[in-house]
Design a protein around this ligand. Structure first.
Ligand code: UGY
Ligand code: MN
Length: 268
């Protein structure tokens, strides 16, 4: 170190450069898992291969461990060229949302199916053989859970987020789209919620449903229980039943989040 040239310039900088990556600080992360909520930020993701997934890795963010009591699994999957997903376990339904690349999905033994782009989604009912492949690579968000409605029947669904209608939501200013049918055949839904900078949830929500959230764009403050977390795109959030939840979109870009919500839990 005797001849090291010390640079004192950063000491006087006000750290307002938005390119500063706090996640690069040794030992620093915004990630936290609490009793009734969690924030899982990109620097905490651990990628691993999964049985029967080919040329693919997944980063599991939420799963029904004893610690969380979650009733669903949420993970990101990166598929390399000619990558494909393995089947979910027996009794498990699956929802995918394409974040990047092109994904070919097909149901049953059919070889030709549909090609999904970023912003498109597909839902595969439990015990429905299907394929999820990519030729050149893709990134997807996946929700899975045990189908809880033995007397009902859910059907394969697919579509593009943008082509869905914006639904009325009394007292709220965000734009809401629901990606699955709002019928008693589905035990969860996936909401896409868009906020302009400065917009926020009117209701400081407390409810019996669970959530898994991926902030797909933007920045803001998420309140969970009695904590206020600065959040940005790429962050994932787990919300247990009855956790206090509230969001304010900030910064210069619109916020969009993709939200799992169980719909047929018995509130009693
Ligand atoms: O539908 C919902 O429960 C949704 N508004 N919750 C949320 O954004 N945290
Ligand atoms: Mn909610």
């Amino acid at each position: 170190l005797e001849n090291f040239s010390w640079d004192y310039a950063p000491v006087l900088s006000d750290n307002r450069d938005r390119s500063i990556q706090f996640s690069d600080l040794p030992g620093f992360t915004r990630s936290t898992y609490a009793r009734d909520h969690a924030l899982i930020t990109p620097e905490s993701r651990v990628w691993a291969g999964q049985p029967n997934w080919l040329n693919a890795t997944t980063a599991h963010l939420i799963s029904p461990t004893a610690a969380t009591g979650a009733n669903f699994v949420m993970f990101l999957a990166k598929l390399g060229p000619e990558g494909s997903a393995g089947p979910p376990p027996k009794g498990i339904e699956r929802f995918i949302f394409v974040l990047d690349g092109l994904v070919d999905v097909a149901v049953g033994s059919s070889k030709s199916g549909e090609q999904l782009h970023a912003d498109d989604y597909a839902y595969f009912p439990a015990d429905t053989p299907h394929s999820i492949n990519t030729l050149h690579g893709a990134g997807i968000l996946v929700f899975e859970r045990r189908y809880a409605l033995p007397d009902r029947k859910a059907a394969f669904q697919s579509g593009s987020t943008q082509s869905l209608p914006v639904l009325p939501c009394a007292g709220e200013v965000f734009l809401l789209r629901k990606l699955l049918p709002q019928t008693a055949d589905y035990d969860f839904n996936v909401h896409v919620m868009d906020f302009a900078p400065g917009e926020y949830l009117n209701v400081k929500e407390v409810h019996y449903n669970q959530h898994g959230l991926l902030l797909a764009a933007g920045q803001g403050i998420y309140r969970l229980a009695d904590q206020w977390y600065p959040v940005q795109s790429g962050d994932a959030i787990w919300m247990a039943p009855y956790v206090v939840q509230w969001y304010a979109a900030l910064g210069t870009q619109p916020s969009r989040y993709i939200l799992y919500k169980d719909t047929t839990v018995d509130p009693g």
